[in-house]
Structures are given as structure tokens and as C-alpha cells.
Design a protein around this ligand. Sequence first.
Ligand SMILES: [Zn+2]
Length: 181
Amino acid sequence: MNLASKAEYPSCGAEAVGGLAGCDEVFSRLIGREFADPVLFRAHRLTVDAYCLQHTEKYMISSKSAAAHLMGICWSLEVGESLHLPPELKRFVDGPHVFVRVAVPPQLRRGKINITHLNSLSEPREYLVASREWAQSVWLAWSSAWEQTRAWVREAQKANYHSHKATPLFGAGNAGTSGKG
Ligand SMILES: [Zn+2]
């Protein structure tokens, strides 16, 4: 790959999409499909978090948004499926906590799989499997942030547990659901 062609690659490494703008178009199209189909919507959190973690220059500018996407993908892959950002995490992210800035993997090293993995899939189950594969490859690329992210998730759950006594703590069984408010 020479320098000229490299400039056409978005940070996720997707080929032939037309840089970041093209990648964003693919992202918008898939998000649209997820909102239109309740089955595909189950992949929505993974799609958003995986995409943002591969395009940090645009979607993870603040340390708060970085922490939110890291915690989101950690929750989906290690705690349980969640259609929306879990209330525990939302409260924690919106609270007074000051998030340290985690090191971002270099461009083109943010997962072997990118959004084009989902592009041509019309069968919902295939789509769900593919979105998980994509998210797992992204999460693997961010392994240097695992320890910090898991600590945040535990902290968010602990704060929630003490104030709501609803959700079992991370690692203590099934989570992913909780009472409101
Ligand atoms: Zn991309």
C-alpha cells in the first residue's frame, strides 16, 4: 500500500469505502437497518461501540465518550446483551467521575474486522453473529484498556448496587437488567 492509497483508508482499514466519509455512510445505513428491524436492533450497541472504538478521532474525542464506548462494549461482551447503554453505566458516565484518558491503539490496528463485515448480510442471525465477531476483534485490539475498563464497570455497578440494590455485581452472575431510576 503506498501513501496515496493509504490516505483513502479510514482508521478501521475498510477498503474501497471512500475514506472516513464513506465509512460513515455505511455506518448510517446499517444503523438505519437496525432501527427498522427489532432482531437487528439487538446488535445495535455492539455496532455503535465497535464503530466508535475504530474511529476514535471522530467519535471518542472526550475521555468521557471514550470511557462510555469502552464500558459499553465490555458490558455487551462480558456482562450481558443490552439494547441500550445500561442505566448503571449511563448514571456513572453522566455522574461526577473524571475519566482518565486511555491509550488508543494506532490507526489500522483497531481490530482485524471492520464494518464492511456486516455490509452485505441480509439474514438477521448472520448479522448478529457477524456484529459480535466484529466487536470481539475490536475489543481484542483494545486489550491494553481492559483492566481500566473492567474497573470502571465494577465501579458503576457498585455505585448502582449501593443506591439501588438491583443488579448483581460484575462477575457475580447474570446482569444486564435492572430496575428503572
Ligand atoms: Zn471505518
